[in-house]
Write a protein that binds this ligand. Structure first.
Ligand code: NAP
Length: 285
C-alpha cells in the first residue's frame, strides 16, 4: 500500500517529463491511483500522447491566474514541481493554493547541486525560495542529486567520448555528484510512495548515482577503451573571469570546479533498496 496515491506534477520539461513517466509506471502497476499533469498548454497532449493513453490527466494552468491551480490540486496528496529556473517564484502561488486544496506535501523545484558552497551567487534565487519555504511552513520535500550527466556532458558541451574528445572546465580534480534524470525521478517516486508525509516533511534527499571528477572520468574512459582522449581545458581563471562578468554557464562550471558539485554526506541512496543508479560512463560515452 503506497503512502501517497494521488499526484500532480507542474512542469513537464527536462526533469519533470521523467517524473511523469515514473509516476505513470506506478499508476500502471496499481501502486497509485492518480497522475495529473499540469502544463501551460495542451500541446503536450500531442507531443506526449502516451502520457494520456497510460492514464495521465491533463490540466491546463495559467501561472498568472491562481484559480486555474485548484482543479489540478483537488483530491491530490502530493504536488510535485519541476519548474524552469526562471519560474521558481511561481512555487509561492502554487503552495498557497496547495494548502487550501488540502494537499499533504509539496515537492519543491530543486534537483541540483548543493547551494551553500557556491561562491558565484548563481543559486541566489533558489536559496531565497528555500528560505521562504522554511518560513511559510507547509510540508515540503526536495531532491539534491548533483548534475545530470546525460544533460550536461553533451557534444555541445565538448563531451564526445565516442570520438575520444572531452572538455574539462577548470582544473577538473573536484569530486562531483552525478545522477541521471531518470534515476532521480525513480528515487523521488519511490520515497513519495514508501515514506509517510511526516517522514518526508522538511527533508532534502541527498542522492548520487556516481561521484567522480572530470579528470577521473577521462582516465577511466581511457583505461576502459584503450583510447587516448583529446582533452580541451578551459582554465579556472578564464571561468572565474567570465563568471564575474555574469556568464551563467561559467558560474556553474566554476562553482563545480571549486568543489560546489558534491552532494553533502551522508547520502540517502539506501532509502531506495535496489535503486542501482547509472554511472556517468554508462550514459556519457
Ligand atoms: N542537476 C542538473 O544538472 C540540472 C540541470 C538543469 C536544471 N536543473 C534544475 O532542475 C529544475 C527544473 O529544471 P528543468 O531544466 O527541468 O526546467 P525546464 O525544462 O527548463 O522547464 C520546466 C518546465 O517549467 C514550466 N514552466 C512554468 N512556467 C514557466 C516559465 N515562465 N518559463 C518556462 N517554463 C515554465 C514548463 O512546463 P510546461 O510548459 O509544461 O508548463 C517547463 O517545461 C530547476 O531547479 C533547475 O535548476 C538541474
Amino acid at each position: 500500500m503506497s503512502t501517497h496515491t494521488s499526484f500532480v506534477i507542474f512542469g513537464t520539461g527536462n526533469i519533470g517529463s521523467f517524473v511523469v513517466d515514473e509516476l505513470l509506471k506506478l499508476k500502471e502497476n496499481g501502486a497509485i491511483s492518480t497522475v495529473k499533469i499540469a502544463s501551460r498548454s495542451d500541446v503536450i497532449a500531442e507531443s506526449h500522447p502516451e502520457w494520456f493513453s497510460r492514464g495521465g490527466e491533463l490540466v491546463v494552468v495559467d501561472y498568472s491566474d491562481e484559480t486555474t491551480f485548484l482543479p489540478a490540486m483537488e483530491g491530490v496528496d502530493v504536488v510535485v514541481t519541476a519548474l524552469n529556473f526562471n519560474a521558481l517564484e511561481k512555487q509561492k502561488d502554487l503552495v498557497k493554493v496547495a494548502k487550501t486544496a488540502g494537499v499533504k506535501l509539496f515537492v519543491t523545484t530543486d534537483y541540483g547541486v548543493p547551494m551553500d558552497i557556491s561562491t558565484t551567487g548563481i543559486w541566489a534565487p533558489k536559496i531565497n525560495i528555500n528560505k521562504w519555504f522554511e518560513e511559510f511552513g507547509f510540508p515540503y520535500t526536495r531532491v539534491i542529486c548533483g548534475g545530470w550527466p546525460e544533460h550536461l556532458l553533451t557534444k555541445n558541451a565538448g563531451w564526445d567520448l565516442a570520438n575520444a574528445k572531452a572538455t574539462v572546465n577548470g582544473v577538473g580534480d573536484s569530486k562531483i555528484s552525478w545522477t541521471t534524470r531518470k534515476d532521480a525521478a525513480r528515487f523521488l517516486s519511490h520515497v513519495l510512495t514508501h515514506l509517510t508525509t511526516s517522514e518526508l516533511s522538511g527533508k532534502s534527499f541527498r542522492i548520487e548515482g556516481d561521484n567522480i571528477t572530470f579528470n577521473e572520468m577521462v582516465a577511466a574512459y581511457e583505461e576502459k577503451t584503450g583510447k587516448k582522449v583529446e582533452v580541451t581545458r578551459i582554465p579556472r581563471e578564464v571561468l572565474a573571469e567570465k563568471a564575474a562578468g555574469g556568464d551563467i554557464y561559467s558560474m556553474f562550471w566554476y562553482d563545480l570546479d571549486m568543489g560546489g558539485g558534491e552532494v553533502e554526506k551522508p547520502l540517502d541512496n539506501d532509502l531506495f533498496p535496489g535503486w542501482n543508479p547509472k554511472k556517468v560512463l554508462d550514459v556519457v560515452n
